[in-house]
Design a protein around this ligand. Sequence first.
Ligand code: Z5A
Length: 224
Amino acid sequence: MSEAILAHPRFISLEGGEGAGKSTAIASLRDVLQKRGHEVLLTREPGGTPLAERIRALMLDNRQALRGDGDEDEPLSAEAELLLVFAARAQHVRQVIRPALQRGVFVVSDRFTDSSYAYQGDGRGLDMGWIAELERRAVGLRPALTLLLDLDVREGRARIAGRDLWPDRIESEQDDFFERVRAGFRRRAAAEPERFRVVDAARTPGEVGEAVAAALIAWLERAS
Ligand code: Z5A
């Protein structure tokens, strides 16, 4: 396949740390697009296809369930984690995202490759050049607009505290990991101001929904 990365004009992503409110805000983006007569596909990463959802479950499993035959736990290495998220993304792009874009649909994804740079690159310390190579070779697609919901790490964690009986593998990381992730997202947003819009997520769900909707409307009107 071609190694060029296409920023598709109908492909939009939402990014941010845990508890930032992406899953809540994505409905506002859908409403704006539908009101303008567009067909919209909401999807998420890791996941978005049956196989990619299975990879997601493997990657987030916190029971250290990637066990060997004995009783010893087998922790997932950072490198394997990176390859799993890209395996899921390669499926997602080919099975769902590209076909929808080719049909003229707007695709809005809750997370995409920016999460790999932030979590596996900044969070885990893996080589950014390797991630860029995977993005070129296995993905080849980038959103034209990325809305970054920016929120204090502790506030985001407080929002999801007690939600799950068992925090998943990534939720179980310490605050310093999430501080590196947040700094990574902000650095990427500053480096690509044309693509990113940073939204202050420390507001009520209604206010955040209005802010992402306003950012999308301004972007659509600017692009048209
Ligand atoms: N990951 C990765 O490492 N590498 C990759 O390449 C990709 C992902 C693609 C996905 O798990 C994990 O995979 C993720 C990164 C990693 N781990 N982390 N962290 P996930 O989908 O379960 O995690 P998430 O994307 O962070 O989802 P989340 O924790 O649910 O956050 P959210 O979608 O941004 O928030 P929400 O579900 O809309 O809201 C969370 C709670 O806060 C909920 O109870 C809401 O009612 C409440 N909420 C929402 N908005 C507000 C406001 N504005 N005020 C107060 N309370 C609010």
